[in-house]
Ligand binder design. Structure first.
Ligand code: MEV
Length: 323
């Protein structure tokens, strides 16, 4: 048994299939090289100390048995994951957890899921429990559902397996896709979106417009299948076209914003093959499939139009032990 360990996991970007993946449909997600690092130290007693300055937790300390609803928002995922782990493996111990992120939690890169994955991985190492990736997924996904009530688990899978994944909602299928030469430009709108609220808004629309929204989810599923083939062939022109079509459907779901649209249009005009929002919508980031020789022009266009260009490397390694 170890007393202390550092684990890291990558952030993620949704390429195709957001929202419909919540309804057990497929999506494509890629892990980004910006990582979340978490140090977990075993302590005596039964208190969990959480230091996560990026999300305003300077020195939060409470008993592991504290009900999730009484915890600050940014501590909920970690506590839910530890509670699940302790229950499953009949463990009880105090812990000190420190997080450090390469990226802001505002970008929508999946900081909560990356931290949750890191903590569960660290607990396996500290308490000498063999935890397979699938078990890690199940424990972390259960924590997300306990806290958020909704979510497909794609972000958890991305943090665990890394690379680029074909993922079916709930983790029914998790399969790596070999991508070569994927060139993206990312624009951040400066607006923080609330995923759970957006997912609930789409659910409301699905209730009242069952047939139309059902058709949209089926169309997005077709786009994801085509995008998988295009990625395997490195057909970026095709991926751009599919991104534009996917964006039209996301607009129809009501998750687009003026700021996202603005960055998407300027990216297309500056030479992108195509562009779309990435993730829940309502703010956060857009992605542009970009010819390599047009990248700088697209970046400049994003910056000049109120966006922040975020350099990313895609297909990053999944969760790993640092020391
Ligand atoms: C959010 O990044 C992506 C959604 O599909 C939600 C989810 O899959 O959990 C909107």
């Amino acid at each position: 048994m170890k007393n202390s360990i550092v684990v890291s996991a990558p952030g993620k970007l949704m390429l195709f299939g957001e929202h419909s993946v919540v309804y057990r449909k497929p999506c494509i997600v890629t892990a980004v090289e910006q990582r979340m690092r978490v140090r977990v130290i075993r302590t005596v007693g039964s208190e969990i100390e959480l230091i996560a300055p990026e999300v305003g937790l300077k020195n939060f300390k409470t008993k592991i048995t504290t009900p999730i609803k009484k915890l600050p928002k940014s501590a909920k995922f970690v506590f839910a994951a530890i509670q699940n782990f302790y229950k499953k493996y009949k463990i009880s111990s105090g812990l000190k957890i420190e997080t450090h992120s390469d990226f802001s939690s505002k970008f929508g890169f999946g900081s909560s899921s990356a931290v949750t994955v890191c903590v569960v991985k660290a607990l396996g190492e500290i308490f000498d429990v063999q935890v397979t990736n699938k078990e890690l997924f199940d424990i972390a996904y259960k924590a997300v559902l306990a806290v958020q009530g909704v979510g497909s688990g794609f972000d958890i899978a991305s943090a665990i397996w890394g690379g680029t994944l074909y993922f079916v909602g709930g983790g029914k299928v998790i399969r790596p896709i070999n991508t070569k030469g994927l060139s993206l430009v990312i624009g951040y709108t400066g607006i923080k979106a609330d995923t759970a609220t957006l997912v609930r808004n789409v659910a409301e629309l699905y209730k009242t417009e069952r047939a139309q929204i059902g058709n949209i989810f089926s169309s997005i599923t077709g786009i994801v299948e085509d995008a998988k083939k295009a990625l395997l062939k490195s057909d970026f022109q095709k991926l751009g076209t599919l991104a534009n079509i996917n964006q039209g459907f996301l607009d129809a779901l009501g998750v687009n914003t003026r700021e996202l649209s603005n960055l998407i249009f300027v990216a297309r005009k500056a030479g992108a093959y195509g562009a779309k929002l990435s993730g829940a919508g309502g703010g956060d980031c857009m992605i542009a499939f970009a010819p390599v020789n047009e990248r700088n022009k697209i970046r400049t266009a994003i910056q000049k139009n109120g966006g922040k260009d975020l350099p990313v490397k895609t297909g990053a390694e999944g969760v790993r032990i640092e020391k």
